[in-house]
Design a protein. Sequence first.
Length: 45
Amino acid sequence: MRFKGLDLNLLVVLDALLSERGLAAAARRINLTKFMGVGGRGASR
C-alpha cells in the first residue's frame, strides 16, 4: 500500500462520516461547513 500523497485529514472526514452516518452531523463533529465537507468527500474518491 502506498501512502505518498495521502492527505491524512481525509481519514478524519471518513471517520466522521462513517460514525455519524450523515454529512451534516459529520461536518458539525469536525467543525466544518457542509460545503467543505462535500469537498473533502469528493477528494477522497
